[in-house]
Design a binder for this molecule. Structure first.
Ligand code: GDP
Length: 444
């Protein structure tokens, strides 16, 4: 995510940390580079200008106050200001407290990911024990209604039976009545998009807003379109009054401009981010976690949260105990791989672990596929219990025996052991969070 920006910022900070004495000049030089990196990432010009000014003021003030590890302090200031820029610390949860059914209206340009996000959001709300009804109100894009109906079937979530020959505003009022009568507590309206803002569409959306009385109007923005997404968001906000943003396709090679400027320009918070085409690839937005990812600090908290919702609790508890005792062994590694399979793509998980994003890039193509996972399991199963508990005893002849036993090659056994030691390193990093922080993150 935001690879270029991330690489550039990391190298600026590395330089800064390497300097023994911090002068106003080298801070200035560093900020000049930060400014360029942000502009290249397609962040709004004015947003960058104000941002750099705030960081400069704070950095200069800090240098006078404290001379301890000034490089670190500049990193911290940039970190905190980036978080503030994206609305960190503010409450960006959905306003669902009103008398049910609560309406959520999804708006945005065609192709931004509205329909997909409707499905993802419905799934998320269902997992929080709400009872959502999906309402297709895009009668213009030929397949939109059918697309939502298919998503609904996949998710076992009811989709209102809209027909393409009905007026969108009629669909919405009928759907709302239906939801009231049938005990749905949340109604998600998927509206039509265009390739650009057009008056006819805006008028229609205003009418739908009146019929649906939404508590939330979420603008779905394609992060790949950078500043364009920000301008369109501002346009929708002006005409319709949006309450928040769903930023999609952050899993692609978006440069970061939209994510970094949309809150500052529109004043409306990003509430969710879309991280893939699959229906579970929607996350509540946390500015601080995204910034940590951009600055290469990884995103341990998101990882733990994700693990928490997918791990079976017994296994998670066992792992926690292990982490505390710091004897993470090959059995745990195998258990962890099995859990990973449940959690989704390995790459998306790895990107959240400090340092792993880079490592994944270096090992490109080396993530285990389903088939490889089976081989890994076979290799570990061919080890003796002692070997699994203490991998260091696995010498050449043992490797050969294990390879034969698992129908693999010595090279594959070597590779697995290498991967395992890398995982051990990650576990050590998790431990550095301290047992308290970790246990807290895991809900203990
Ligand atoms: P709509 O026209 O706004 O309703 O857009 P769709 O929901 O049909 O999405 C357009 C395309 O973007 C589809 O191919 C989706 O699978 C894809 N898409 C939506 N959200 C994401 C996301 O977060 N990541 C990725 N990679 N693709 C997405």
């Amino acid at each position: 995510m935001f690879d270029t920006l991330s690489d550039k910022l990391e190298s600026v900070f590395k330089k800064l940390r390497g300097q023994g004495v911090m002068t106003e000049d080298n801070v200035k030089e560093a900020l000049r580079e930060v400014r360029l990196a942000l502009l290249e990432a397609d962040v709004n010009f004015k947003v960058v200008k104000d941002f750099i000014e705030r960081v400069r003021e704070k950095a200069v003030g800090t240098l006078v106050l404290q001379s301890l590890s000034p490089g670190q302090q500049v990193v911290k200031i940039v970190h905190d200001e980036l978080v503030a820029l994206m609305g960190g610390g503010e409450d960006n949860s959905l306003d669902l407290a009103a008398k049910p059914p609560v309406s959520i209206m999804m708006v945005g340009l065609q192709g931004a990911g509205k329909t997909t996000s409707c499905g993802k959001l419905a799934k998320l709300l269902k997992s929080q024990r709400r009872k959502p009804l999906l309402v297709p109100a895009d009668i213009y894009r030929p397949a939109a209604i059918e697309q939502l109906k298919i998503l609904g079937r996949q998710l076992s979530i009811e989709v209102f039976d809209s027909q393409a020959d009905q007026k969108p505003v009629d669909i919405c009022s009928k759907a709302l009545k239906y939801a009231q009568l049938s005990g749905f507590d949340t109604v998600i309206f998927d509206t039509a998009g265009r390739h650009q803002i057009d008056d006819y569409l805006m008028d229609e959306l205003v009418q739908i807003r009146e019929a649906a009385e939404p508590r939330e109007i979420l603008f779905v923005a394609d992060a790949m379109t950078g500043q364009e997404a920000v301008n369109v968001a501002a346009g929708f906000d002006e005409r319709l009054g949006i309450t928040g943003v769903v930023l999609t396709k952050l899993d692609g090679d978006a440069k970061g401009g939209a994510a970094l400027s949309i809150k500052a320009v529109t004043g409306k918070p990003v509430k969710f981010v879309g991280l893939g085409e699959k229906l579970d690839a929607l996350e509540v937005f946390h500015a601080d976690r995204l910034v940590s990812r951009i600055l290469g600090m990884g995103d341990v908290l998101t990882l733990i949260e994700k693990a928490q919702s997918t791990f079976d609790t017994k296994e998670a508890e066992r792992l926690q105990k292990k982490l505390k005792k710091s004897n993470f062994d090959l059995d745990d590694f195998k258990a962890q791989l099995q859990q990973l399979k449940k959690m989704g793509s390995l790459e998306s998980i790895m990107g959240m672990i400090p340092g792993m994003g880079k490592m994944m890039k270096q090992m490109q193509g080396a993530q285990p596929s389903e088939k490889e996972l089976k081989r890994i399991e076979a290799i570990i199963d061919s080890m003796t219990r002692q070997e699994r508990a203490n991998h260091q005893m696995i010498n050449g002849s043992r490797r050969l025996r294990i390879a034969k036993g698992s129908g693999t090659s010595v090279q594959e056994v070597n590779q697995l052991l290498k991967r395992f030691t890398e995982a051990q390193k990650v576990v050590k990093q998790l431990q550095k969070l301290g047992p308290k922080g970790l246990m807290k993150g895991m809900g203990k």
